[in-house]
Design a protein around this ligand. Structure first.
Ligand SMILES: Nc1cc(CSc2ncc[nH]2)c2nc(N)[nH]c(=O)c2c1
Ligand SMILES: [Zn+2]
Length: 374
């Protein structure tokens, strides 16, 4: 019995979107889904109960960060990440490759793996497909990611081709190092930048290894949105229809809708909680920077169309006051609202797919949010 199974419920008549369910050892996930990020084994400032209140069905954590602090052995001794952080629903961990490339200026990529410096202590470290799998095996997530290279954007074609071929060899080594395939699903990560032939090569290499799910990597790395959409248009159709597709590191409300339209089932991004911590909120009418002086006497909720805990009980003036005074509760309220906003957006996307009207929903949402003005 494989660790996860994907149930395709319906494909949208208006677009490449699909409605599905991913069944995992820790419960099922309705797709398309947004996955809150809990880098250091906590979704910053929020409790597991609050995440359940807003119907978060799966969260992400980070192999690289947990390897450095507290160390995968401590988490393993605690009984794994679910017990350690008291989250009994599904967990996905990224493999650490991306963090090495995004956090460590000094790094040396070799066939055997990546040599780099710990971004906190400066000590020399080495991460390989085998090491990334050993750490994820110790953490115990339901879904783990293959160790890949996420090349910088833009990258030349020759570099990209060599990188794709190494990432495919690394994916094979991850499969060989996979200790509990019946308990943990290993997803392959398609790379290839904006080169259609390299995306095909990467997808074919990984599909031949028969992973239970596939991620589209190497996007949301600074490329314009129309480049991301174009790459998705020729990449997701290459992936098996009966397996989940995960677009890594995405994203903003418009990218979630546009990704779902192009057949993506899973999304994650640190954006909602990160911008919340500097007082920026996502609302139906676009972004609202609640610390602005104009909200000092504004006693309306962050978003009048939102029924979340923050919007039902507190005003912009109060939250502005807390954020200006650097009060933790203020950031808890903005984080709660932003995650609730994206989780609710995906609930509305799933409903639109069921009703075959996702493109109409896109028009309505973009109009109200103000994207069409961009
Ligand atoms: N944009 C982007 C983001 C992430 C981090 S996803 C994440 N990890 C922890 C939280 N969120 C990526 N991760 C990998 N492994 N490969 C990628 O190509 C890639 C691309
Ligand atoms: Zn709200």
């Amino acid at each position: 019995m494989a660790a996860i199974s994907y149930e395709l419920i319906k494909t949208c008549q208006q677009s490449g979107a699909r409605l599905g369910k991913i069944h995992t050892p820790h419960g099922s996930i309705d797709t398309p889904i947004f996955m809150p990020v809990g880098t250091l084994a906590t979704v910053k400032t929020l409790s597991p109960n609050e995440l359940k209140d807003m119907n978060a069905q799966i969260i992400l954590s980070n192999t690289y960060h947990l390897w450095l602090r507290p160390g995968e052995d401590i988490i393993s001794e605690a009984g794994g990440l679910h017990t350690f952080m008291n989250w009994d629903r599904p967990i996905l961990t990224d493999s650490g490759g991306y963090q090495v490339f995004s956090l460590s200026k000094l790094r040396d990529i070799k066939e055997e793996g990546v040599h780099f410096r710990n971004h906190i202590s400066g000590e020399k470290l080495f991460l390989s497909p085998e090491k990334a799998m050993q750490i994820q095996n110790a953490l115990g997530p339901d879904i783990m990611m293959a160790f890949d290279e996420c090349p910088p954007y833009p990258a030349g074609r020759d570099y990209m081709k060599a990188s794709v071929e190494r990432t495919s060899r690394w994916a094979e080594r991850c499969l060989e190092a996979h200790q509990r395939p019946n308990e943990q699903a290993l997803f392959g990560i398609v790379q290839g930048g904006e080169y259609e032939d390299l995306r095909k090569q990467s997808a074919n290499d990984l599909i031949s290894l028969d992973f239970p799910g596939y991620a589209v990597g190497g996007l949301s790395v600074g490329e314009p949105k129309d480049v991301m959409n174009r790459v998705l248009e020729f990449t997701t159709p290459l992936l098996p229809k009966d397996k989940p597709r995960y677009l890594m590191g995405v994203g903003s409300a418009d990218s979630l809708i546009d990704g779902a339209i192009r057949g993506i089932d899973m999304f994650d991004c640190v954006l909602p909680t990160r911008i919340a911590r500097n007082g920026t909120c996502m609302t139906t009418n676009g972004r609202l920077v609640v610390r602005n002086a104009k909200y000092a006497r504004d006693f309306k909720p962050i978003d009048e169309h939102c029924d979340c805990y923050a919007c039902r009980n507190y005003s912009r003036a109060y939250i502005r006051h807390l954020v200006k005074c650097n009060e933790t509760f203020g950031f808890r309220l903005t984080s709660y609202h932003n995650l609730h906003f994206l989780l609710t957006l995906m609930q509305r996307v799933r409903k639109a797919i069921l009703e075959d009207r996702l493109l109409d929903f896109r028009e309505e949402f973009f109009e109200q949010y103000g994207f069409n003005k961009e």
